[in-house]
Ligand binder design. Structure first.
Ligand SMILES: Nc1nc2c(ncn2[C@@H]2O[C@H](COP(=O)(O)OP(=O)(O)OP(=O)(O)O)[C@@H](O)[C@H]2O)c(=O)[nH]1
Ligand SMILES: [Mg+2]
Length: 430
């Protein structure tokens, strides 16, 4: 896996021991891979120093792992004196507490490390509110334990903004805080709804996919924008929407958004509703896959599953295989292309296949357009330039008493025509 390694040369205080398991009922023969957890840990600025894996026949309700493995883990903790032990699964509050007691070391699980990363990467009011809400919801049932976590303010990432005051908060106050954040999000939601309404009548394309597959890179390629691209998990947390006109016969709204990952904390998905609504509103999804990644099939499956969970599986999808420049096994690419013949293979890095993808977007757009006949007075001829901004004018027929236009309109185009013809009849902020 390609991740930036954290630089902790001067300090070893961020050392982490990673723990992965194969859950009961999972009979796959492949080894237990901690590559992704390593990526999450390094992105969260920990330095993985040891790994421990176990196939579980049953989950111990008290300590998650069997007693022998817990003992082994205890020895590893004594040996390495890490800052944290990170589990690749979600632990129950009880398991988390017990493990900390036995190991005498801070224990965090996969949802928490994802929340730490989100918290660190959140920039906008919306993202910050969403992450804070998810963090508090996660913390609530774990309160006794979280006091310890929240008070131990590690330098570097995550918990800083939780602050001293929260240590004194009781459950009721956290509930109040959750309530406040939910209200704030509702307000943000309303604002975004108004924004989305104003975009009616323009074809909307949303980039979706696993984290780090190259969504923002593709956004930049298609728009000429400079959205943050980083070899980091969850570099993007917000939705960026841009109007693309260059090389398209009519403007397209393209949105880049937060990446997905396996075992995404449930509260986080729920909290990111307003960010993800940008995707829900799209006419076409571009599902970007990093075809050079050894786990690309699982990543595709996770993305498909999450799209279903988020009720976005009814939207048309164009599949894109990115990073073909760094693929090692060319036969694997051929197999993938055979299995998904409509997929478009591209490389953002080498600028390959982008034109083919652009053409595909145009084809999909045109498929969604419906024919429409419009008659205008000659005095309304000035409106044609406004109509041309979003509709395809197939024919302009200047008759003696009127102008007859044969149009092809995108979804929402009729409402937009009405807005242009009768601007005063549409309330501005409804
Ligand atoms: N080799 C290669 N690397 C690429 C390509 N496209 C993107 N990358 C790299 O992949 C990494 C992730 O790219 P991003 O565009 O930030 O990916 P993302 O899907 O937006 O990631 P998140 O926002 O973190 O979910 C960066 O290091 C990019 O330079 C490509 O075509 N080939
Ligand atoms: Mg991104």
């Amino acid at each position: 896996m390609k991740h930036e390694s954290a630089t902790h040369s001067e300090s070893s205080s961020n050392k982490a021991i990673l723990v992965g398991v194969r859950l009961p009922g999972d009979f796959s023969s492949s080894g237990i891979s901690l590559d992704e957890l390593t990526g999450l840990a390094t992105t969260a600025e920990y330095e993985p120093v040891a790994e421990l894996t176990q196939r579980l026949t049953e989950i111990n309700p008290k300590t998650f792992l069997g007693s022998g493995k817990v003992e082994e883990l205890k020895q590893a903790v004594l040996h390495h004196s890490p800052e944290v032990v990170v589990f690749d699964e979600e632990l129950s509050p009880r398991q988390n507490r017990e493990l900390e007691k036995v190991l005498k070391c801070r224990v965090i699980d996969r949802p928490w490390i994802i929340l730490e990363i989100f918290s660190h990467h959140a920039r906008t009011r919306e993202a910050k509110t969403q992450v804070e809400l998810a963090r508090l919801k996660y913390a609530l049932p774990r309160l006794a334990k979280m006091w310890g976590h929240l008070s131990r303010q590690r330098g570097g990432i995550g918990m800083k903004d939780v602050g001293e005051t929260q240590i004194q908060l009781d459950q009721r106050m956290i509930r109040n805080e959750i309530h406040k954040l939910e209200k704030k999000l509702k307000q943000i939601d309303r604002e975004k709804k108004t924004q989305r309404k104003s975009r009616q009548g323009t074809f909307k394309v949303a980039l979706v996919g696993y984290t780090n597959v190259g969504k923002s890179s593709l956004m930049n390629k298609l728009t000429g924008a400079d959205t943050l691209v980083e070899n980091k998990l969850f570099a993007t947390l917000d939705s960026t929407v841009r109007k693309v006109k260059k090389n398209f016969p009519y403007p397209v709204l393209l949105s880049d958004t937060v990446g997905l990952i396996n075992k995404l904390p449930h509260d986080l998905v729920a909290s990111f509703k307003s960010t993800l609504d940008e995707v829900r509103d799209a006419d076409l999804l571009i599902h970007v896959v990093d075809i050079s990644h050894p786990e690309y099939k699982n990543q595709m499956q996770t993305t498909d599953d999450l799209l279903i969970q988020m009720e976005m599986d009814k939207i048309d999808v164009a599949l894109v295989f990115n990073k073909i420049d760094s693929i090692e096994d060319i036969e694997e690419l051929e197999r993938a292309q055979e299995k998904f013949p409509s997929a478009i293979s591209i490389s953002c890095k080498k600028d390959q296949g982008i034109d083919v993808l652009r053409q595909k977007i145009i084809t999909q757009y045109e498929k969604k357009m419906s024919p429409y006949q419009l008659e205008l007075e000659h005095s309304q001829a000035g409106l044609i330039s406004q109509i041309r901004k979003f509709a395809l004018i197939v024919k302009e027929d200047y008759k003696e008493d009127r102008i007859c236009l044969s149009l092809r309109l995108p979804p929402g185009g009729k409402a937009k025509i009405n807005n242009i013809l009768f601007p005063q009849e549409t309330p501005a902020n409804s």
